[in-house]
Design a protein around this ligand. Structure first.
Ligand code: DX5
Ligand code: ZN
Length: 225
């Protein structure tokens, strides 16, 4: 029996945001839809916020919404996205004054709580807090923009995160975000990641859903090794 253990979550950041509804409809094979909320403070870019996410929720009631907050006021806003019906809400450790309280508020609202780390932020300080989270998001580029090249220097950090998760004995997803595509996904699988965000690789493809399936096949076949 083949158990699917990896997930592809396309990011809509580089999709046609004027046609967000239709763009999401182009990726029916995706396990989740990754939504990047940016405030032009935590990162030098500005995208969309709660009203747009609420509309996506209503337009795609069956989609797994994977929300990635790149905002300074993480503790203030993260629970609202869980209440809006996102299945997973990621906020950044660097932006949080109270990560445990915020993670618990997200879980209380019925969503998976996830913590994000910029490339330069070490994962080791999370060791004693891992039980509070359902996923760790490792940025594999500096956050803020799609289409940047994958940072190979992050591979050891992915491995160390996998070791920490294994030692915790918990089923915590490890997501990689930034520069993921056919040329980089396998080395991330090898390092221990299991949830893959792919933005430009998916939405610059002529057939985005075929790219999702091809990334899923690459990840699954690599896992089987
Ligand atoms: C960047 C965002 C990513 C971005 C990934 O800060 O968090 O989700 O959309 O885009 P690609 O896959 O093009 O690197
Ligand atoms: Zn993201």
């Amino acid at each position: 029996m083949t158990t699917v253990s990896t997930r592809i979550h396309p990011s809509v950041l580089n999709a046609d945001l004027a046609r967000l509804d239709a763009e999401i409809a182009r990726i029916p094979s995706a396990a989740g839809v990754h939504l990047d909320v940016m405030d032009n403070h935590f990162v030098p870019n500005l995208t969309f916020g709660l009203p747009v996410v609420e509309c996506v929720r209503a337009a795609h009631p069956d989609a797994f919404l994977d929300l990635h907050l790149m905002i300074e006021q993480a503790d203030r806003w993260a629970p609202s996205y869980a209440e809006a019906g996102c299945q997973s809400v990621t906020f950044h450790l660097e932006a949080s004054q109270a990560p445990v309280r915020t993670a618990r508020a997200i879980r209380s609202a019925g969503a998976r709580a996830a913590i994000g780390l910029r490339p330069q932020t070490p994962v080791e300080p999370l060791r004693d807090l891992l039980a509070e989270f359902d996923m760790v998001l490792l940025m594999t580029v500096d956050p803020g923009f799609g289409g940047q090249p994958f940072l190979d220097a992050m591979l050891p950090k992915i491995r160390r995160t996998r070791e920490l998760v294994a030692a915790s004995g918990r089923q915590i997803w490890i997501q990689v975000d930034g520069g993921i595509g056919p040329a980089t996904i396998e080395r991330c699988v090898d390092a221990g990641a299991d949830v893959f965000v792919a933005g430009s690789a998916v939405f610059s493809a002529a057939d985005p859903d075929a790219m999702v399936r091809s990334l899923a096949d690459l990840a699954e076949s690599r896992c089987a090794h």
